[in-house]
Design a protein. Structure first.
Lengths: 395, 246
């Protein structure tokens, strides 16, 4: 079944494109190597910023602290660094982002406190502020709440009432998140990254072997050889698929190598991706290489120039983003029919695997065969396209 | 030998080629002479079985090229209008790629490549990647690539278009050599001097229709002009003269 012409075309396309630094750079180096490294770097930055803020000593400017000496003692015992606010009003200081949160003790605080009335303090903050300033706000709020409850409990005890009377219902939290599923939440972008890499890996060849060859005017002489166009196009498509797969393999390997460097312990998550799990991920993604290459080849075939093809094929990358984005935001219960939908099924399976669940042989089989079916169907269309005369000429 | 009988082709409403017939015999150089847009390239594309004629038949050494394009192509070496090379492959690799697609074995490819490199004077650049080749170097590689399998029929679409004198002469000399080896050569051109210099038989085509056929002397006699250029102008400006009138 594999003809000599198919092998000749395949070998030539692979060799020619390996000689092209642009292809090697764009698919292998940029996508496969830099992608996972960038992911790791981003992870570290985010973890350090959030974690740092949570562990850091809270610096709290307090206005009129002399009216609340017991509260001051409580805050100091909690490790808060109490500082003076400079000339500015608390409103202005928050607006200028000098501090995340400012506490003001009310004028009548000490009087209300000693007379057993509700004493008042004011907390200034910007609820719309980005990033981690809400960590500081929550810290300050919970410390004051804790102080308030402890004083309240003492007051009840003095009157001979059990403080427990205030707690009618107590909530016991049972968080079912395992350290694996927490890890999965952090890694929810992994299917997206892998699918994008797969698409970008085959993109260059899909364009170069069709629209590129048409633009360089070498397609017509190629078709004048005594071989069928089906053989020629199949060879080109096989080379395109191979580049997509090579890019995917390199990405998965680089990802596996960078995995120990993720700050798992710091986040209290566990992300154990054994070679076996990675292999299952790879098997689920493999038929997608056929689909990606075929659809890219079809789009590129309708373009008259390399640049035109690049625009259209580039836009195609938005499509695999849709299921990934939806699944990042929504919780979806996997059903077998979903495994018949290419891209959606790969997203679901990779998510299940990183959550530490077993997707099951049926799901994987349905994924592989349905994606392969659609891939081969599109490949057949791509190959057939070149039997039409108007596909042959750029002019 | 190539026989073309009444081939036609239209693109939408435009009839690009109407009932073109010609015979290109072995041991002769036959020209398809016409102005730009006269239907030369479309006729050539039908003859070398890239596109299918709407009417008529093309046979190459007796093989019907519509019914059996793959076998017909194996008997032809074609330098089409589009002659892009693979610029990341060397000249030799470009030739070998086509040799393999022609079904040749590696030993034959090497032997034939060496022969063509020598005959076309390509020694200096044969092992360089073709990126940055001059026009003349590119055409030589394209011709060598097209006839790597030593076909009986050689078809060239405006082979010396845009070439300097030296390259033009080298290619003309090569075509004459092939003729003496008994090959059938068919080439299209709009350059009178070229046709006058190398061709034995001339078919004048204009607006997709054949205006006249014959040797250069016959065309001059027919029109009563002194040179081919005047004869050509006279043929395409007056009413069609069919081949039967000759």
């Amino acid at each position: 079944m594999i003809s000599k012409a198919f092998k000749t075309v395949f070998k030539k396309e692979v060799m020619e494109n390996l000689r092209d630094k642009r292809t090697v750079m764009s698919s292998l180096v940029m996508g496969a190597v830099l992608g996972p490294l960038l992911m790791l770097g981003l992870f570290h930055v985010i973890t350090n910023v959030t974690k740092g803020k949570a562990e850091e000593q809270l610096e709290l400017p307090v206005i009129n602290i002399q009216s609340a000496q017991n509260l001051e003692k409580h805050l100091l015992s909690q490790g808060v660094k109490i500082i003076e606010l400079d000339e500015k009003s608390p409103e202005q200081a928050i607006k200028d982002k000098d501090h995340d949160v400012i506490l003001e003790i009310d004028e009548g605080y000490s009087e209300d406190m000693s007379s057993g009335q509700v004493a008042k303090v004011m907390l200034y903050y910007d609820g719309s502020a980005k990033g981690n300033s809400n960590i500081s706000v929550n810290k300050a709020r919970s410390m004051i709440n804790a102080y308030s409850s402890s004083i309240g409990a003492i007051r009840l005890q003095l009157r001979g009432v059990s403080p427990g009377i205030m707690n009618v219902i107590s909530i016991e939290n049972h968080d079912q998140a395992s350290s694996e599923s927490k890890g999965a939440q952090m890694m929810s972008f992994l299917p997206y990254v892998l699918i994008i890499v797969l698409f970008s890996g085959s993109m260059y060849l899909a364009i170069d072997t069709t629209a590129g060859e048409k633009e360089r005017k070498s397609l017509e002489p190629l078709f004048l050889n005594p071989v069928s166009r089906t053989d020629i196009l199949s060879g080109k498509l096989a080379a395109t698929i191979s580049f997509g797969l090579i890019t995917l393999v390199v990405t998965v390997i680089v990802f596996k190598l960078t995995l120990p460097f993720y700050p798992m312990k710091k986040l209290g998550v566990n992300l154990d991706l054994s070679m076996y799990k990675l292999l299952v991920i790879f098997v689920a993604l493999m038929p997608l290489a056929v689909l990606a290459s075929a659809i890219q080849t079809i789009i590129a075939s309708f373009s008259k120039s390399f640049k035109e093809a690049q625009t259209y094929v580039g836009m195609l990358i938005i499509i695999p983003m849709i299921p990934s984005m939806i699944l990042m935001l929504l919780s979806v219960k996997e059903k077998l029919w979903m495994m018949a939908v290419p891209i959606l099924s790969q997203n679901l399976i990779i998510n299940q695997i990183i959550r530490g669940e077993d997707p099951g042989a049926a799901a994987i089989l349905v994924t592989v065969f349905s994606t392969l079916f659609f891939g081969l169907l599109l490949a057949w269309i791509a190959v057939r396209l070149y039997n039409k005369e108007n596909m042959l000429f750029a002019d | 030998m190539i026989t073309v009988e009444n081939i036609s082709k239209s693109f939408g409403d435009v009839k690009a080629v109407k009932d073109v017939s010609l015979v290109a015999e072995d041991g002769k150089i036959t020209a398809l002479l016409g102005a730009n847009g006269a239907g030369k390239t479309t006729s050539m594309r039908m003859i070398y079985a890239l596109i299918t004629p709407e009417t008529g038949v093309v046979t190459v050494d007796g093989i019907n090229s519509t019914e059996n394009p793959v076998d017909a192509r194996a008997r032809m070496g074609v330098l089409p209008d589009a002659r892009g090379l693979y610029k990341r492959l060397t000249a030799r690799e470009n030739m070998a790629y086509f040799g393999r697609l022609q079904g040749m074995n590696e030993a034959d490819i090497t032997r034939r490549s060496d022969e063509l490199i020598e005959r076309l004077g390509m020694e200096k650049f044969a092992d360089r990647q073709t990126d940055g080749f001059s026009q003349g170097q590119r055409v030589k590689v394209a011709i060598a690539r097209a006839i790597i399998h030593d076909p009986q029929n050689i078809l060239l679409d405006e082979p010396t278009n845009g070439l300097d004198v030296m390259s033009t002469r080298a290619i003309r000399a090569f075509l004459r050599e092939e003729k003496t080896r008994g090959k059938c050569l068919l080439f299209s051109s709009h350059v009178m001097q070229e046709v006058s210099a190398v061709c034995d038989e001339i078919t004048v085509v204009d607006a997709g229709i054949i205006r006249a056929k014959g040797t250069e002397a016959e065309l001059l006699a027919l029109t009563g002009e002194k040179n081919l250029e005047d004869a050509f102008v006279s043929l395409v400006t007056k009413e069609a003269v069919t081949g039967a009138d000759l």
